[in-house]
Design a protein around this ligand. Sequence first.
Ligand code: 6GU
Length: 246
Amino acid sequence: MRIDILTLFPPMFDGPLNASIQGRAREAKLVEIHVHDIRDWSTDKHNKVDDRPFGGGPGMVMMCQPLHDAVLAVEKMDPRPAQRILLTPQGERTTQTMVETLASHERLVLIAGHYEGIDERVIEELAPLEVSIGDYVLSGGELPALVLVDAITRLIPGVLGHEDSAAEDSFSVKDGTGQPLLDTPHYTRPREWNGTEVPEVLLSGDHGAIARWRHQQRVDRTTTRRPDLRHSQPTPDSGTSSTQDV
Ligand code: 6GU
């Protein structure tokens, strides 16, 4: 998989993409990630990329030309067709299901917006999928792009050490109706810490009993902590039964 990121602030990507799991995945060539400075495509003699909003108001607006030319030039760097994604608080809110769909693409071009916004005409022309990471406002699309890259790359086979790691995460495990469940609690040595014992069943060696206990923990935690996940309607791809498996 190849991911290209277009931004006005490339240094924001240096640390996160080179450390930990992301860094290892790139080293192992499981994912190819390129960061591009939109300013490099500005045809203005001062490399201008933004201007004041028509109609007035605060802040600056990203101009059409540099972003448009950057996207087309970057896409030409590889023959595989790319899914364009614009990170914006006006976008569709990200879910694990959306992340799984994006992870199945061979190539993604992520556009991180900044300033007050982007000239609407270039958004209409590029027709990207518009994605938000939640209902709160960030200063730009850079951190959301990193969030998305992390969520996507960890699903690529071989990126996580253990092949089942991603499949057992919160939101990846589903109940009988396809509703996502939160993760089960985890424990490691020592068996007793600060006066609290590890739950007995985990020491039993009975794999069936352990699996049933973990499933019940997931259901109970999801019901208490995220009742919205338990009561929402099954999504079209989430299975055929409409009864809740509590
Ligand atoms: Cl994708 N961009 C910005 N600027 N703020 C956000 C966001 C994106 N998602 C949530 N808040």
